[in-house]
Design a protein around this ligand. Sequence first.
Ligand SMILES: Nc1nc2c(ncn2[C@@H]2O[C@H](COP(=O)(O)OP(=O)(O)OP(=O)(O)O)[C@@H](O)[C@H]2O)c(=O)[nH]1
Ligand SMILES: [Mg+2]
Length: 485
Amino acid sequence: VGETRGCSIMSPTAPMSPMPPMPPMSPPSPHRLHSPAVGAALPPAAIPRPTLCHLCQQHLSGRVHVPPPLSGVGGLLPPHRSHPKAGIRLGMRPHGCLQLGCPGAMACCVFLVGRSSPRAAGTVLGNMGTAHQAARPAVGLGAARNSPNISHTIASHPPSPNLPISPCPLHLPAIPPSSLFPPSIPPPPPHPPRDPLPTLPAPSTHPTSGLPSFPFKLGGDAGGGRHGRGGGVAHLAGCRAGRLHIWAARRRMAPPRALRDLTLALGAAVVALGSLLFIAWKLYFRDTELGASWDSWWEREVKELRDRAPPGSTVEWKQVLVLGLDGAGKSSVLHYICSQTVRKRIPPTLGFNSAQLQVEGLEMDLLEVGGSQNLRAYWSHYLSGAHVLVFVVDSVDRERLLTARQELHALLAQEPRLPLVVLANKQDKSDALSTEELREELALQALDGQRELFLLPTSATWASLSTATSVLHLRSLLVSLLSQS
Ligand SMILES: Nc1nc2c(ncn2[C@@H]2O[C@H](COP(=O)(O)OP(=O)(O)OP(=O)(O)O)[C@@H](O)[C@H]2O)c(=O)[nH]1
Ligand SMILES: [Mg+2]
């Protein structure tokens, strides 16, 4: 046990004296930095007398001082004589200036701030008066009070009313705080009363529209104006006000000017391009059937026939009447005979078509009357002037063969001796009826012996040009028939 070194070293050699009692803790002082005394409130006499910092001393002694590099935050720069405004740097602290309790700093700052920015002066004073109550903001106010803006601004930053008063190091006259900080800012003078608005007349009812309207004068009292001399009383109806409102809304939503111009330019370009294309199309197809109308084609045919006739020759006119149900192929056959070309698309004949053929001193007048139901009533009117009747039948249209037969026999009943040529058209189609079948379906055998009767298989297509079904056989037959009569 005796070898326990720690115990032997740590063991006291002398008896311990009792500890003295600790003094009671004092509460923290609000002015601990400026007053070493301990207490809740300091009497004015206990505040240490302020002393000028070295920067303020230099400035107040009249020497130009170039401030050292700035550092820190929350203070003011010392002033510069030639550039007083340059000395104002709120929010930046210069070296050594704005020492707590330095009234010189306060005076310099307020002086310069007051010359440059009254509002900044008020801020400075307010901050210093509240944060550093040991200083005396009233000292520097002697230089700034001449500006009404300063005192006005300072009112919004009133320092504590318990500020102590100490002698002014700048020997400025002491100013009582009550005159520096007015209790309230005087209210602005009231606006002068405006002219009362003119009262509108009561609305009346518009005589024609029935809407409420308000009379107003056009052109003014002088009797001029762009609406006519003498002015006059007009009526502004309620609907017009609505239109004005819509117009204004449209104007607000109108696209920008550049977009409008671009749209107009594009529209003009499209119109010009379309016109050019149309002219080019017309020029390109002027000699083809696409560019020429049906009527002009007939006119050209007639002109060619007349030009081909030998001068002074006597031409005998014969009329060939071409009839048949609609869609049988009458127009196609005529076109084929006259031009020996095929038109893929032929519009239905709404009235009649006429073509002249001059062959071997014989001029044929080929007359086609439309085959639609409303035109069939006119067929009989052309029978008396015809020398030959050509009746065209659609060899594929089985459903209407009975109709075709009835129409044909009704015509023949009126002209018992008129030569008849029946065309079994569209023989190029695979399901076309043969001529024998058509002879039976149309009851042509009943006409045997009454008149000259022919039944020809035809096809008005390119492929049939040199075949037995070519329409050109019809032309030869017609020439033979008409030459005899
Ligand atoms: N496959 C074929 N189609 C034909 C033939 N003949 C005419 N067509 C077609 O039949 C349709 C009617 O021909 P159109 O010549 O107009 O008949 P249409 O008798 O004059 O008719 P309407 O004028 O209405 O009385 C057209 O589409 C022609 O192309 C033919 O021989 N073969
Ligand atoms: Mg036709």
